[in-house]
Design a protein around this ligand. Sequence first.
Ligand code: SAH
Ligand code: SF4
Length: 364
Amino acid sequence: MSRTNLLGLDLKGLEGFFAEIGEKPFRARQLLQWIHQYRVVDFAEMTNLSKVLRQKLIEKAEITPPIIEEEHLSKDGTRKWIIKLSCGNSVETVYIPEGTRGTLCVSSQVGCTLSCTFCSTGQQGFNRNLTASEIIGQLWLANETLGKQPKGNRVVTNVVMMGMGEPLANYKNVISAMNLMRDDLAYGISWRRVTLSTSGMVPMIDKLREDCHVSLAISLHAANNKVRSEIIPLNDKYPIEELLEACKRYVDVKQRRHITIEYVMLAGINDSMQDAKDLIRILKGLPVKINLIPFNPFPNTDYLCSSRNVISRFQKILTDTGLVATTRKTRGDDIVAACGQLAGEVQDKTRRTKRIAEEKTAVF
Ligand code: SAH
Ligand code: SF4
């Protein structure tokens, strides 16, 4: 019988596990602290559990974090970890320090099925969803590696689900991991500091609203369906109007829950003054912050980033109407750790990489 990896179980999951082995639910709370706050992986060291229970856990369970295969350190302090997974795949996790804040960019899938044309992960194809242990394991490893920080002195203050993969396409595991991020017995990070970014899976945005209180970022990237469908194929299924309706439902004025709109700046594609005006028009009435992301290049892409002048003019048009718009600082590009550059090692199970290669050859 295989042993259960307790690392990825949130409070409910752990309570279920203890019920199954005939133990009281409060054990779950003790385990959460041992695993996530003290980072103890050996049941024998869990001194507030009886010897009999410790032995039972040794037989039935394990606490196995993923393994860091490589670490790359950028000149700006950003760190990229390559996390080795079973079956030869790897994903990437990025740590971005800035002042008193430390943001961890977490991956949710090995590759991605959604093939956005401007994203390196999207061009890699897809292998599988990460397990909840592999997702929360990235935060566990970051805290472990950055120094054994006691609670209250965490190095990771913010988490963004913006690494490899579409988090809402791996819903159950991402929710367990985010529950752990939020739980005071585990990492205790406020909902404002846990952000999920999605390319726009409308039904799952509605589900998220019910299931887990976190901040939401939407990869909008275009102000009309023609351009958006060209760069985000998912837009054919969930066009801009439906996506923005879901955003309206997500926003909760009472809880001051707002949305961040992400907009990647692609030269000649979505960066005209008309695009800025269209963006203002479609976002009217929605409490949003806009985050312009300079496009980060990767091998074999034909896209170019908009010039600095174009980006600041675009931003000014937005801010002149009273919208809050910022431009994301590019971090870690010297170690290929910037937004959209994460590729890991994906043994593609779809035919995408092959098809893209064939399409490229067909053009020439
Ligand atoms: N799948 C999710 C989260 C991962 S991508 C999503 O699409 O939202 C995190 C952010 O980086 C998204 O806004 C994504 O559109 C953006 N991104 C992808 N490729 C990029 C690139 N090459 N340069 C800049 N941003 C990119
Ligand atoms: Fe997937 Fe997000 Fe990249 Fe699109 S931008 S391919 S959804 S990871």
